[in-house]
Structure formats: structure tokens, C-alpha cells
Unconditional design. Sequence first.
Length: 441
Amino acid sequence: MNEQTTLFDREAAQPLPARLRPETIDEIVGQNHLLGPGGILRRLIEQDMIASMIFWGPPGVGKTTLANVIARQTKARFINFSAVTSGIKEIRAVMHEAEENRRFGEKTIVFVDEIHRFNKAQQDAFLPFVEKGSIILIGATTENPSFEVNGALLSRCKVFVLKALSEEDVLALLRRALVSPKGFGGQRVDIDGDTLRLIAAFANGDARAALSTLEMAVLNGAFDGETTVVTREIVEQCTSRKSLAYDKDGEEHYNLISALHKSMRNSDPDAAVYWLARMLEAGEDPLYVARRVTRFASEDVGLADPRALEIAVAAYQACHFIGMPECAVHLTQAVVYLSLAPKSNALYTAYEDAKSDALTQLSEPVPLIIRNGVTGLMRSVGYGQGYQYAHDTDEKLTAMRCLPDSLLDREYYRPTSQGVEGRFAERLSQIKAWKKKHENQ
């Protein structure tokens, strides 16, 4: 005899993120720029004017949830496609069925999660049905759709960018889980605010990760009579992370990035890697770290090792492509390389000195000799008169002066002798000597 399960039994067996999945717009946490009062996507949903669209955003921000809410609110037939199990044949079969249903007034929403995993042929199979309006396509992707979705299909879809949830958004979701009948509202759970905030911080904007962590912590909590006690230590065990003192919006955030920057400047790779790990393991955005490392490559290394900037930019791209935790090793490579690279702040000081002059002399005119005389009138008043084209000379040099008269003797870039910059210093010295020799010719 088969045992019949109740709806409550089926819901209780589901993971917490599935049980708490919102069913209306108002239950969705975050995305206020799209779903708040007057938000464009909210208006489209409420007015039942949904067209094909792409949701682009990091994991756990509610892309699938939003598609389900749209389907429920618009009373459309909802079909979920998988890039792994759906071939061209299956896609076309469903598309033709949707075309038939459209004739009877039924709308069909086809949701394609991770649409970037569909190959070109699979994406092309949707195109004619999107064009005819047989289906409303909603794609979700964590990758830039400009590169991952066929241009023809993308041009027929509105792209909505979903943002990572803020820590306060995630906290609100966790508090809801503790009181909701679909969550832990039917049992007593004792967890303090700081521990709940720790879960929110470790989730790094991912609602699914936060709810899964809370569920695991509650399941592993200690019993005190009828109360389940969840301590900070239990959460740390569930996340396999040590609790690190870190506030991404507070002083410690700036203390740690300062420590990383100064350790690299002091050519101390061990300290630099330690401070890097402190930030990443506490939940810092790796792209933020990568941006700071890229700045360092020019501010503190510069032309002493021109490859430093290439490596820093490559590390940023790696962080963008694969994210944490895998990209930690790419950032480590960049941090160690920059720590060991020869140091020069000549580019930084050059710009700061030039900026100081520029701000105090904003009205200084461009010398006529290097103005572009594109009309007869311009040329008649001296634009471009006497201009010397360096490529016409054997040395590829001229003694023509390009600074305003009031700044003719100013020197902004003063290269050091460190690393490769020593060669730039030698070259600059030769250029200046040649120009001095020929300045009266």
C-alpha cells in the first residue's frame, strides 16, 4: 500500500530556501530599483505587460524566484528549461505547443536558467517563437549577456540587472525564516542578532546560501528543553570559516586594504598574502581587492615593471570570470608578483604635480603650434603654423615645445633607476639632451 503524504509533509521535506520562496512581488527581498514603488519591472508585472527579458545578476539574488512570481501573477503557463537536459527537439516541441495555446489566448512563459549554457543552436531555436510572440522568454544568467547570449535573441529581450542583496536584506530574510510557518515558526530557535548577522555577512549577498546556512545551523543546534540554541561557534562550524572581525563598510575595511597595500609596497609577500586572505575569507568582494591591486600596479610599480599592470588586470578578469573561492589564487599571484616587483611612484607623482598645475592654470591656452588647423580661418590665425611632424625626421624627434609658455621648464615625470624604469630614465635623458642641442634650429 502506498503511503499518501500531505502537503505539509512535502513542504517540510523541502530545503528551507525552497519553502520560503516568495510567491508575490511584496515578498521578494531586495531589487528595490526594479521592484520598489514605481519600479519599472514592478509596473510591467502589475500591468501584465511582460515581454521577453533577461535577468543578469550574481547567484542567490532571486532570478528564478522572480520568474515564478511573474508567471503566477500573470497567470501564464510556466515552463522551466534546462540547458543540460533540453535539446533542440524538446525545445521545438514545446514551442509548437505554446504556439497552439496562444491561439486560444493562453500565454506561455519559458524560463531558461543559466541561459549562457545553451549553445548557439539551442538559443536560435527560441528566436522565431520570441519574434512571433508565441512565448515570453525569461532567461537568467550570472554571465554578461552581451557575450553569452546570441545578438539576435538579446536584441529582442530587455535586460534587467539584479543586484547582490545587501547585508540588511539578507538579515530581513533570515528573521522572516525564524518566524514564518514555512520556516522555523513552529519551533523555538534561540539565536542572537550578532550570530544572525554573521550568517548574513558570510552569505555575501546570496539569499540561498544564507538560508541554507541557517537551516544547517538550526539542525545542528543544541537542545535546551524545547528550544534549539544556535551559537556563533555552531555557525562557524557550518560555514567552515573562522569568525573574522571585519566590517565591509567600517574602519576595519580600510585598515585591511591599507595593510595589504603597504605590505606590497614594502616588498613583503608573506604579509601581503595574509592580509589578502583576511579580507577574502571575511567576505570581501574579490573585484574590490582586484581594483585596488590594479591601482597599486601603476601607483607603486609603474614603469619599473610594466608587466605589473598586465598581471593585475588579468587577475581582475579572472575574478570576474570565476569568482570566489577559485579566484583567490589569481589574486595571490598578482599580490606576490607586485610585492616582489621593483618599486617606483614616478607615475603617481607625475600626475599629482601635473594636476596641481592644471587646477591652478585651467585657462592656459594650447600653443598655436600644436593646435589642429582644420579650416582656412584657423590656419590664417596661426593654428598649426610651424608644426613639426616627428615621423618625418631621421631621429623621430623634434625640438618643438608642447607645454604652455608659463610651464616650459616644468618636469613632471622623473623616472627612477628601479627595474625597467632605469631604461626609460636613460631614454628620457637622451631625448632631453637632443632637444636642448637642437632647440635653436
